[in-house]
Design a protein around this ligand. Sequence first.
Ligand SMILES: Nc1ncnc2c1ncn2[C@@H]1O[C@H](COP(=O)(O)OP(=O)(O)O)[C@@H](O)[C@H]1O
Ligand SMILES: [Mg+2]
Length: 567
Amino acid sequence: MLNLPRIVVGKFLSTIKLSPSVFSYTDTSPTTVEISPENLLIVTKNKRCSVFGILKVEPPSRGLKNSPPLEFQMIYRKYQDLFTSLHKLGINVIYLYAISPSKRESLPNSIQFLMVSASGSHKLKKQLQVQVLHDLGRTTSALLSAFPELKTSQLNYIDLYRVLYRLMNNLEISLPLPSNISPSNIPSFLFHLQSPLKVVSMPLPSPEIGFGELALGEVFYMNNRVGPFRLRLSDLSRHMCILGVTGSGKSNTGKVLVRELVSQNIPVLILDWHGEYKDVSDNSRFSYLIAGEKGPRGLHISPLKPFKLMDAAEHISLVTGIFEEVYTLTPPQSYTLRVVLSDLISSTDDPTLEELISYIESSPASLRISSRESRLALLRRLTPLVEGQTARIFSSGNPATIEELLRGYIAVDLSYLKDLNTRTLVALFLLKMVYEYKLSQGGNTPLHVTIIEEASNILPYRRPEMPKSIGERMISELRKYGESVVLISQLPTDTSQAAIKNSCVKIFHRIGGKEEIRIISGLLGLPENEISPLSNLPTGYAVVKIDSISTPFLVHFYNITNLKPTS
Ligand SMILES: Nc1ncnc2c1ncn2[C@@H]1O[C@H](COP(=O)(O)OP(=O)(O)O)[C@@H](O)[C@H]1O
Ligand SMILES: [Mg+2]
């Protein structure tokens, strides 16, 4: 049974009528509104309880605006189908579109929300919360499979409070805010409202965790702040992973880390899956490259060109492996690819994808033993890569050299690429460039950090009996060569276990689920019942485990938006 600590926002004697279809309380008996640690809104009145979970839906940062009308109709129809199927699943979901009039609002002018709810007797409150959380998960996956380009996150505590505050305000109900706090200050005030954290069974953390170069947050022990968390570079240099559900604060932690690395003059490469690091890279020392865009900020790489100091056989095996994994090639298809690549590389030192394609089309003698079908299947995979967005990365412009990519502070925005396979492909090729370069230097290079967002895409879960994936092979080697890879991913069950285990610093933000808790309990060496409060961690908090320090500890990471930029 869940035992959720609750935060009571207020008791109200007035009528709440937010919208006839959502709430319709017309009498004046007291209504209690609470925000649960899982960021659910719970409204209790007259022994009836309604639980609401709200997802914010963000459109792609570019696009839509200039879409032709036809596309709009298609989107509309897709939405209709989506809602029909969600309702069929018994999920009570409505779509809200909010437009705020004022330019001074910190929220954008229009926001889309999906609101999932369940109601019943107040005795069922806990079950209703579990149900809404489950339905939020199902709604998110259905939405993202219909519209992979959208971003969605559950409204966090602050946003939820803001929404509530605004709704209440419109109804002239004032929330209990202390007099010295104006609504614009809500965020910092709210953190003090958090219910007591229940991660109490850990021993007092070792003072070593406050001595490192990188200031990332505050250490908490038994609900008290006990000092700063300062990570040592020597711990970071052997990989880090940051795990947690969407909205638990992983990217914020990644950004705080980036900011500290910049202040220590340590170069970083960010593989920015959702295009979230733009604000960090506003820092003038950053270059922000956009994969798939035309113009000066577009990224260009030559995926087939062997790195000068690298063994050709290793290069061919990596390139084939990457295509094989991303496109699940059959053995004959990957055999064909391997043969044409080695033919091509022996005749030119800068082969292009176009050349590869026309070489396959010419059915050279060396391909006699591969079947026509496998050649055609391979061509079907490869030709889209020399068209449209991908062509802008792989076959045009002046390719970025690895020296350029590793020298400075670089974020590569992958979110512009609509096709997720292409994103994975570009991310893996960038990782391959880092890998080849670092190996060729034999570990004699200064520390460099590569941050991989949504790492489960390039380091997916693998059953133990299956061979290591390409990504796993690369990052386990990189550990020896002065390269720190920071993996940011959602769940331990969708990410490579080897990659998580190989991270010297493990950061667990909010994560629930039986299997997840079981795995984390193994990784931290703590009993499962001591790990279960992880599922209630407020956003921005995480349990941190560093290999060189025996016990895990609780950290409240700094909020990147409150930190002064370094210059
Ligand atoms: N340490 C923190 N302090 C305050 N707010 C935070 C903190 N970490 C995250 N947030 C806020 O929570 C929301 C979700 O965080 P984000 O880092 O994007 O989560 P994730 O990457 O896990 O989906 C963001 O609005 C972010 O500003
Ligand atoms: Mg994120």
